[in-house]
Design a protein around this ligand. Structure first.
Ligand code: ADP
Length: 188
């Protein structure tokens, strides 16, 4: 199974990504987790991306690719993945498609976890993730939501045109969201 998860910050991509990876037996590749791991490890890349994460800005494409490239190539080789947080811009989606399509490993489906902004704000304000300084500051949360609308939402059209977009109402329990995703995928 090859899946891309899309959704606002707080939509539940990380939670669903883990469950779906386990269900389908494929790797869960979270660009945010991989970026944060570099920051914690204080690697060269970590030093370069840390400020973007803290401000809630998008990390430049070349740095994102440097961080997640290996995981993506490995996943392409095994043929399955749950991608969470990448692609996040139209440019990234076009790049990923150009790489994956000729290799026959483009996404089978793109799952959009839909939540209203106010629900996303509530969840982020209540999230207690050690090390996620980007959840603590309301101005940073607003910037991430704004970037989601401006940069990531256009991907919905990109994938809808390819006939692989599945939209899931994500304002319910994690278990109910997971059941809805599996039901939608099995009827595709
Ligand atoms: P959320 O979706 O809840 O904001 P993520 O863990 O997916 O959390 O992302 C956290 C931060 O990591 C983003 O605000 C951004 O700075 C950076 N990031 C993650 N993925 C990408 C990406 N594909 N392109 C650019 N920046 C990214």
């Amino acid at each position: 199974m090859r899946l891309v998860l899309l959704g606002a910050p707080g939509a539940g991509k990380g939670t669903q990504g883990l469950v779906l990876a386990d269900h389908f037996g494929v790797p869960h590749i979270s660009s945010g987790d991989l970026l944060r791991a570099h920051v914690v490890a204080e690697s060269d890349l970590g030093r370069q991306v840390g400020a973007y994460l803290a401000r809630g800005e998008l990390v430049p494409d070349d740095l994102v690719l440097a961080v997640i490239g290996d995981a993506i190539i490995a996943a392409m080789r095994t043929g399955g993945y749950i991608l969470d947080g990448f692609p996040r811009t139209l440019a990234q989606a076009e790049q990923a498609y150009a790489l994956a399509e000729p290799a026959g490993v483009a996404a089978d489906a793109v799952v959009y976890l839909a939540v209203p902004d106010d629900e996303a704000r509530r969840r982020l304000a209540g999230r207690d993730d050690a090390g996620r300084t980007d959840d603590a500051d309301p101005a940073v949360i607003e910037r991430r939501l704004r970037l989601f609308h401006a940069e990531t939402k256009p991907l919905l059209d990109f994938y809808a045109e390819r006939g692989i977009l599945v939209t899931i109402d994500a304002v319910r329990t994690a278990d109910a969201v997971n059941a809805a995703i599996l039901a939608a995928l099995s009827t595709d």
